[in-house]
Design a protein around this ligand. Sequence first.
Ligand code: C2E
Ligand code: MG
Ligand code: MG
Ligand code: MG
Length: 283
Amino acid sequence: AAKKAGKNCWRFYQPSLLEEAYKNMMLTNGLRRGLERGEFSLYYQPQFTVDGDRIVGFEALLRWNSSEYGFVSPASFIPLAEQSGLILPIGQWVFEEACRFARRLGDMGKENVGVAVNISPRQLNSEDFVTHLRRSIEVTGIKPQQIKIEITESVLIESMEDNVFKLCQLRDIGVLLALDDFGTGYSSLTYLRSLPVGILKIDKSFIDKIVEDEIQRQVVGSIIDLGHTLGLTIVAEGVETKEQLKILKKLGCNHIQGYVFSKPLAEEAAAVLVVNSILSENN
Ligand code: C2E
Ligand code: MG
Ligand code: MG
Ligand code: MG
């Protein structure tokens, strides 16, 4: 498009490209300092059974409260962390922190409440990925079954065989694997069978329309059925309304994550939620 626009046009966007590059560089430096200064934290979004009566796990979501920029959304800093390679030390910190929280849940007698961690392509591509994860699990003394790894289809575009091999290694020690944002990528239903995945997360963009859009509702229904045929647990992401919830229940969806039940919570609030659910179980 740039070339087609002709010679007269480049002047108009060249400065904004530079601005963009400059902004990205500043943010990347901020990320590096942020890691040293401990500006990162994890929030935990609970995942419930479709009836909402039981917490089945939490998804760990990275938060950056930068001293220079304030709260920065992961949607803007994760890609920069990827490009710069900083996702490797940051991702390692995320994993260790998530394992620590899983240990805390285990100590509360809630070993069956899992913690899901998002893993980006660059992390999975790195040589010592499996070793690092295994070590963090051992050091914290948790069961591998307490940890879930969330990957998107994009991690499989590059070095598919290598990455599938690594994922199999993790599965073999007991870590659960979830395919995140399902429906946004290639979403080839057939290759799902060749992945060591046990959980399918249907992307929010699909859930958004299920109330108004009959076709979309049927598409989600088909994904759920097919997932079940393949023996997968289905999680709906970004469920915001009671109406969506009702439909998902009818379609046979297993687990729900979304504002309808809870936003992502700071660790203390997440722990309190689990304590309260223990209390209500005993009634
Ligand atoms: P994701 O893994 O698909 O996570 C779900 C996102 O949807 C989260 O956004 C969550 O806060 C948001 N969400 C959940 N329920 C609702 C809802 O009902 N309504 C709406 N509007 N949003 C909802 P968040 O925390 O901003 O994270 C965005 C993305 O950044 C994540 O998407 C994930 O791809 C990435 N990310 C977050 N933490 C990490 C991390 O530790 N490592 C890596 N590699 N990526 C991360
Ligand atoms: Mg995720
Ligand atoms: Mg997702
Ligand atoms: Mg997403």
